[in-house]
Ligand binder design. Structure first.
Ligand code: ADP
Ligand code: MG
Length: 689
């Protein structure tokens, strides 16, 4: 029985009535007014009609027209979702949480009640949740426990144009699931036939809505054998675009100069600056702040807001507050603000032309891995970015690249499945008896990355020589972690040090880095961190830092903790996030029958390192006579990153978390390991295979 009772706090239309507080009712009225003014509102009835009539709908519309926030509410209010949940998937965590918060406010409910979200390591949902914003990764994970996604009567695949790996996997699965739940066009439900489950109650039918901001609907429509395509009229005002005359070498500096030109010369209106990532955002934030202090009195104030994936949720919400009088908002954002999140009030856009993109580096490495690289954006992104300036009136876009550079851009991004590591997805698919080779995908991944993923899983013992899932693989898949780290957690069970391994793995899985690393202050940094240092290397050093922070937490106030982190050049956000991740993993361990409290304790450091080495077996290297390291399973020659606690020492064998490509290849997150033990590991995975 997947059906849940309708919550008593909702009336027939599904809208909450009882818990809308009167104190905030004027705010609520203002929000309702904003809702009614969205471009999509005019098409509401027509949309509902289309959704009712079609099992699959492809909905296209300009960013900011109201697709993501309104469509789920229309479905709920018109009772098209029955008593089940509406899932709205997003490629990005921040988009899922922030849009859920907005829709909860529009419905006048607390987040986690009627409207909730579910993202990796963070969930705010209850049994009465009917609209659930979630990452595409979370819903793909849910396939493992609920292969027909029977909780959901509607799945809205949002931001489909981004073609993230999980979105592609979801779309493939939805096609099959819909056939199983809705029947093969005979109107007959063939769930029991398809799954061979005896006398299962007929499942609820599934509706699929694909939403996209760009005009590439055909591919989706074709994939769903000619699904209905609907366009929502946007309300785009003209945007004047300026290109720079020469190419800019320092886009951060150039963005700053452009911002202050706008600020001193142009009429009011907020400025949105697109940057590739957090480091650049933080850098620019500092320099804008400094420079703004030196402005003449007559100038408007500058209010800086930032928006990127790993920032604290509260910080993200700030960007939506109304700009105070005599102030210009300067919003520094990654491509999150390109199509997933619309920030009101923007009249000027500064586009650096750069973004970060995940790339899989399979070449010459044992298992291969993903790395984030700063790259030129595509034409389609450039158009989207410019469009953000014209949502409320005529706007201006300043491109920090030449017109020729624009013309040379690729039309649109390659689907992620063609450029990302596949090991983690492949493992999940194996758990539901699927395979990247047999799945009906919109684009097939290439042979090399497929082979590389199989190799990684085989090395970790997650699949055998016949490419079949092993019991170990199934155990690993229960953890929302990269396979290398879930392998370490599983290994820690036998070795009796799960508590330590969970801490290390949590810190490594956090979206921000624990150690703030700047080459300028390297000596001061290394001095202040000396007391955490463990002779074996970076992994146990992380453990020491985490434990020291836990101790501090017992005695220090919030500001004391903050000062402590600052003094030691540590990123507190990473520690807080790691704490949350650890809690989630403790839960997973308990469900998986692993004692999360099992602590190796003093003198058992070797066991912790061994556990980690089970996962990082492909990321190992031997010392060469010239002082560099040669990969055990690949051909690359690497050096230990200068930020590592081992950078000054020459240990015979190392394992590392990742490789960083600059002018040479650096191994980061390095620990010294026992060579003999490494040989044992190889034998071990062979045996398991
Ligand atoms: P689309 O999906 O078509 O791009 P959305 O539904 O995301 O459009 O956005 C509709 C409107 O909701 C936008 O004007 C946006 O500014 C507003 N909005 C979204 N999130 C928030 C928020 N947290 N606070 C205030 N307004 C928001
Ligand atoms: Mg949207």
């Amino acid at each position: 029985g997947h059906h849940k009772a309708t919550s008593p706090s909702h009336n027939e239309s599904g809208r909450a009535t009882s818990d809308a507080p009167t104190a905030t009712s004027s705010k609520h009225a203002a929000i309702q007014e904003q809702r009614l003014n969205l471009p999509i509102t005019k098409g509401k009835d027509a949309l509902i009609r289309e959704f009712r009539e079609n099992d699959v709908t492809v909905l296209l519309g300009e960013t900011g027209s109201g697709k993501t926030t309104q469509v789920p509410q229309y479905l709920l209010e018109s009772n098209l979702a029955g008593n089940d949940t509406i899932a709205v998937t997003q490629p990005r965590k921040v988009a899922a949480t922030s849009l859920a918060a907005r829709v909860a406010a529009e419905q006048g409910v607390k987040i986690g009640t009627l409207v909730g979200y579910s993202v990796r390591f963070d969930e705010r949902c209850g049994s009465d949740t009917r609209i659930k914003y979630m990452t595409d990764g979370m819903i793909v994970r849910e396939l493992m426990s609920d292969p027909l996604l029977s909780k959901y009567s509607v799945v809205i695949v949002d931001e489909a144009h981004e073609r993230s790996l999980r979105t592609d996997l979801l779309i493939s699965n939805l096609k099959v699931i819909q056939r199983q739940r809705n029947g093969n066009g005979t109107g007959e439900n063939n769930y029991s036939k398809a799954k061979g489950k005896e006398k299962e109650k007929a499942t609820n039918p599934l509706k699929i809505i694909i939403m996209s901001a760009t005009l590439d609907a055909e591919k989706f429509a074709k994939f769903f054998s000619g699904a209905k395509v609907i366009y929502v009229q946007g309300r785009q005002h003209p945007v004047t675009i300026y290109h720079s005359l020469q190419s800019q070498t320092d886009y951060v500096d150039s963005a700053m100069r452009t911002f202050f030109q706008i600020h001193t010369d142009q009429p009011p209106g907020d400025v949105l600056i697109f940057l590739p990532g957090q480091e650049d955002i933080e850098g620019l934030e500092k320099s804008v702040e400094l420079f703004a202090k030196q402005l003449p009195q007559a100038c408007m104030e500058v209010l800086i807001c930032t928006m990127y994936a790993s920032q604290a949720p509260g910080q993200n919400a700030k960007v939506f507050n109304a700009t105070p009088p005599n102030t210009r908002k300067c919003i520094l954002a990654t491509n999150i603000a390109e199509t997933s999140i619309t920030i009101p009030g923007v009249k000027y856009v500064i586009d650096t032309g750069k973004c970060k993109e995940k790339r899989y580096l399979a070449r010459n490495t044992g298992g291969g891995f993903d790395t984030l690289m700063t790259r030129d954006i595509t034409k389609s992104s450039a158009m989207q970015r410019a469009g953000r300036a014209g949502r409320e009136g005529a706007g201006f876009c300043f491109r920090l690249y030449t017109e020729d550079a624009f013309k040379a851009m690729k039309p649109s991004a390659e689907p992620e499945i063609l450029r990302c590591g596949l090991a983690s997805s492949l493992l999940q698919l194996k758990c539901i008896d699927q395979d990247l080779e047999s799945l009906d995908l919109m684009d097939e991944p290439d042979r090399d990355s497929l082979i590389s993923a199989l190799k990684t899983l085989f090395l970790l013992g997650a699949i055998n020589q016949k490419k079949e899932l092993t019991p170990l693989g199934r155990e690993m898949a229960a953890f929302p972690l990269e396979p290398v780290y879930s392998r370490a957690v599983v290994a820690s069970k036998e070795l009796g040090c799960t508590s330590e391994v969970l801490i290390i793995v949590s810190v490594l899985s956090a979206s921000s880095k624990l150690f703030t690393d700047s080459s300028e202050h390297r000596d001061a940094i290394s001095e202040s961190r000396r007391k955490f240092r463990h002779s074996s290397g970076d992994h146990l050093t992380i453990l020491n830092v985490y434990k020291a922070y836990q101790d501090i937490t017992k005695s220090e106030s919030k500001s004391g903790r903050k000062a402590w982190c600052k003094k030691h050049f540590l990123n507190e956000r990473a520690l807080l996030e790691a704490g949350e991740i650890r809690e989630q993993l403790v839960g997973t361990c308990q469900r998986a029958g692993i004692d999360p409290k099992a602590e190796g304790g003093e003198g058992k450091e070797e066991e912790v390192i061994k556990s980690l080495a089970h996962g990082l077996v492909a990321n190992t290297a031997f010392l060469q006579p010239d002082g560099s390291y040669k990969q055990v399973m690949g051909q690359s020659v690497v050096k230990i990153h200068p930020s590592s606690t081992l950078s000054e020492r020459k240990t015979p064998t190392i394992m590392y978390d990742e490789l960083v490509y600059t002018n040479q290849i650096y191994a980061r997150g390095v620990t010294s390991i026992n060579k003999g033990f490494l040989a044992g590991l190889g034998a071990l995975s062979q045996r398991q295979a």
